[in-house]
Design a protein around this ligand. Structure first.
Ligand code: ZN
Length: 147
């Protein structure tokens, strides 16, 4: 089961996250913190015309949190805010109440994180970047922690 959680794609993105940088002149910056595990990240977004044109991040945390952030950014860069929220909902459903009857193929690469559903303590690691993103998109000024 653990082997399923730490698949190659997760380890790859967890140890070498993509878009790991600071954006110049971001239109939004949002920090997220998961005290349970110690995962910490800062998301940088450039949003124009309801579209996420650019997204990048910096931070440190476990392989699951880094991989989830890296894969989230790859999936959502260039997408509309509405699409990002839809993908968030499906992803969140997958890791919190995985249903083997349900089709998650719209999540594409993000589907590799479905194993997280078996490990409740890791759900917060996998969802940190997503909660941070949604807060940024909704202009929520409150600090984002998973507690
Ligand atoms: Zn973690």
């Amino acid at each position: 089961m653990l082997r399923e959680l730490y698949q190659e794609l997760i380890l790859d993105h967890g140890t070498r996250p993509r878009n790991f940088k600071v954006l110049d002149n971001p239109s939004k910056i949002k920090e997220g913190f998961n005290p349970l595990c110690g995962d910490r990240l800062t998301l940088y977004l450039n949003i124009d015309n309801q579209t996420i044109n650019e997204m990048a991040f910096q931070g440190q945390g476990c392989a699951i949190s880094m991989a989830s952030t890296s894969l989230m950014i790859e999936s959502l860069k260039g997408k509309s805010i509405a699409t990002a929220k839809e993908v968030f909902q499906l992803f969140h459903d997958m890791i919190t109440k995985f249903d083997s009857e349900k089709d998650y193929s719209n999540l594409d690469k993000l589907e590799v994180l479905k194993g997280v559903a078996e490990f409740p303590a890791r759900v917060k690691c996998a969802s940190l970047a997503w909660h941070t993103l949604i807060a940024a998109l909704e202009n929520n000024e409150a600090p984002i922690t998973t507690e």
